[in-house]
Design a protein around this ligand. Structure first.
Ligand code: NDP
Length: 294
């Protein structure tokens, strides 16, 4: 029976550590990390995400600034707000909740954020830094996955890692992080042939697809560590809603060495890593040493 990697417990402990180093940053340097979250439109799921990020930031002792703009906001208006936030010395991290309405070019907006305030790690400069192995900001979900993996496995060097999914926010940065840890990395996607065989070679299997329970236990190498990023809403015969991952948890549990559950695995790590990145940004922007958190 696999060990369950509890992201809820791990993220709580990470948030407490961030709260502690934030309190000393304030006491010793008079600096309070500031996180600005920008939401355009009224997508209910995005509103919940932004509200939760704000609450967690407040709890960690940060300043949290929220900008809720109407769906009619133009690209120029949004870029002008980003410009103001780039200049604002109280703001150390800027996040623009995605997706943006169709009339706004996401890449233009993301790349307008100052790279040193890009705590989501989506700016081209930070993507380049990740790939070349330089210090920058790493996207929060893959960073959270890596923290869980290192906590569970310690040294990842030489392990076969398979990442299913090649999105810019999860799959690709996850693969880059695992390569940096000296794993032998395979990236699988919708065109991959014999996905079952590819998955069976994985000592570490990261599933970031968005298809409910598509990876069954029989695709898993005995003893492998499974990180399930997928968040899928499904309905049972009675019409009750529940969340499931991309991995069939019940069958995987019997074969894997360790697995993250959905919910309560990767999900809670994302916001904790956003706070982590914002704390780091507040230190770096003020030329203050970053306290060791992990
Ligand atoms: P995307 O839709 O951007 O990417 C999905 C990837 O899965 C694509 O690369 C796609 O391949 C691949 N894929 C689709 N179908 C198959 C298939 N049958 N076999 C193999 N690969 C396939 O999704 P995201 O990366 O944004 O998110 C993935 C999941 O993670 C979602 O469930 C999302 O909700 C969740 N998520 C969770 C977060 C958290 O905080 N825990 C944060 C972000 C996402 P191709 O490129 O060829 O189309």
């Amino acid at each position: 029976m696999a060990i369950i990697i509890d992201g809820k417990v791990f993220s709580e402990s990470l948030r407490k550590k961030i709260q502690k180093v934030t309190a000393s940053l304030k006491d010793q340097q008079g600096i309070k990390p500031g996180l600005a979250a920008v939401l355009v439109g009224a997508d209910p799921a995005s509103e919940v995400y932004v509200r939760n990020k704000g609450r967690r930031a407040d709890k960690a002792g940060f300043n949290s600034f929220q900008y809720k703009l109407p769906v009619t906001t133009t690209e120029d208006e949004l870029l002008s707000l980003i410009g103001q936030l780039n200049q604002d010395s109280q703001v150390h991290g800027i996040l623009v909740q995605l997706p943006l309405p169709d009339h706004i070019a996401e890449s233009k907006v993301i790349n307008a954020i100052h790279p040193e305030k890009d705590v989501d790690g989506f700016h081209y400069e930070n993507v380049g830094r990740l790939v070349t192995g330089e210090e920058g900001y790493v996207p929060c979900t893959p960073l959270g996955c890596l923290m869980l993996l290192k906590h569970h496995l310690g040294n990842l060097s030489g392990l076969n890692a398979v990442v299913v999914g090649r999105s810019n926010i999860v799959g690709k940065p996850m693969a880059a992080l695992l390569l940096k840890e000296s794993c032998t990395v395979t990236i699988a996607h919708s065109r991959t042939r014999n996905l079952a065989d590819v998955c069976r070679r994985a000592d570490i299997l990261v599933a970031a697809v968005g298809r409910p329970e598509m990876i069954p236990g029989e695709w898993i190498k005995p003893g492998a560590t499974i990180i399930d990023v997928g968040i899928n809403r499904v309905y049972d015969a009675q019409g009750n809603k529940r969340l499931v991952g991309d991995v069939d948890f019940e069958s995987a549990l019997k074969v894997a060495g360790a697995i993250t559950p959905v919910p309560g695995g990767v999900g809670p790590m994302t916001i904790a890593c956003l706070l982590h990145n914002t704390y780091v940004a507040a230190c770096r922007l003020n030329d203050v040493p970053v306290a060791r958190i992990e």
